[in-house]
Design a protein around this ligand. Sequence first.
Ligand SMILES: Cc1ncc(COP(=O)(O)O)c(C=O)c1O
Ligand SMILES: N[C@H](C=O)CCC(=O)O
Length: 426
Amino acid sequence: MTRNADLFARARHRLPGGVNSPVRAFRSVGGEPFFTARAEGPYLWDVDGQRYIDYVGSWGPMIAGHNHPAIREAVARAIGNGLSFGTPCEAEVTMAETICRLVPSVEVVRMVNSGTEATMSAIRVARGATGRSRIVKFEGCYHGHGDAFLVKAGSGALTFGLPDSPGVPKPLADLTLTLPFNDFEAATTLFERHGDEIAGLIVEPVVGNANCILPRDGYLQHLRELCTRYGTILIFDEVMTGFRVALGGAQERFGIRPDLTTFGKVIGGGMPVGAYGGRRDLMEQVAPAGPIYQAGTLSGNPVAMAAGLASLALVQEPGFHARLEAKTIALTDGLQAAADEAGLPFSTTRIGGMFGLYFNRDHVDSYAKAMASDAAMFKRFFHGMLARGVYLAPSAFEAGFMSIAHADADISATIDAARETMREIG
Ligand SMILES: Cc1ncc(COP(=O)(O)O)c(C=O)c1O
Ligand SMILES: N[C@H](C=O)CCC(=O)O
């Protein structure tokens, strides 16, 4: 028995499905997950010594590559001063100032411990500030596992065919209205019917939890206009896109100013962190400045802040995002060429440091088209790549993540592996 197999057998006995977060379990692609022993740059090594070129990047935070010395050293320095204080500390202030400087729509920000906490809190602010109860989300978007969001949800919920979850009371789920992403008319119609009841609209500006769906021209502006017209709080969930598709996130890239924004992943540099922020008049309604309650024992943790600040320093290096995007383009162009050579139905999407791979001849710009892609072929592709030392997200509904540590040689090796795999599965 390999060490991986042994660990998974033990894990299955004591952890639900053997994991602490569902998509890691490889259920939708079949087989057993590998257990990582260490990570460095663009690579993971499993407990049996196999090396993988990693395009998951811990689901987004590792934009600078794994175990970056600057982040590791910042963490070591912070640890030297203690692990948690339960009082304010300077790093939280620097973090808040950094986020507000890089994302100008964010005038005031509150640190939390995960993306889920950030989105749950943002919705509470929208409800508290407007006195309304309903929210709008999009089919295939995932905003963490808060009750309000497990309605037609993406990511693992979609992967496992559980987009609505038992345990979410129906009266609560009924307050969540859903829309198809990129459908202008559906959004207009919904707001004409319910606009005055909608507290907040939350959207992944690039849908990274149904693979990687880019907004059509003018779509995010359309949502901005509807929210402004009906007094609805527009929330951009930039947990995934923040500091990844551009330094100022998707809102900078598409020129939209949301009322609130949620963050996670890159702002923690690999530590458990989230944040929500936005308009001063809204955020100053959060306790203790205002009456909307939200709190956290470890929020603003000094070690997490140190990792996050080091991560944000790296993405601010001149040319970072141009270099990152060039890598994404080289990879997706190479994969497309390999698929064309093998005569496979295949298309890609990409923006900044994230990309989508679809076994679908059409350009995918809707949830319906993402769902129509060939999932069985994706499975074969995933395993062919894994066997050749390339780790892609173990689901047809997760975006891929590039890091600045992926060298040309890693990208070429990935494309070579794809050429062989695609010939094999074609
Ligand atoms: C867009 C988006 N929002 C929210 C979340 C929830 O973040 P977390 O897993 O840190 O709770 C995720 C990822 O899980 C995400 O991709
Ligand atoms: N798609 C999710 C977050 O972005 C994947 C992370 C998880 O659910 O474990």
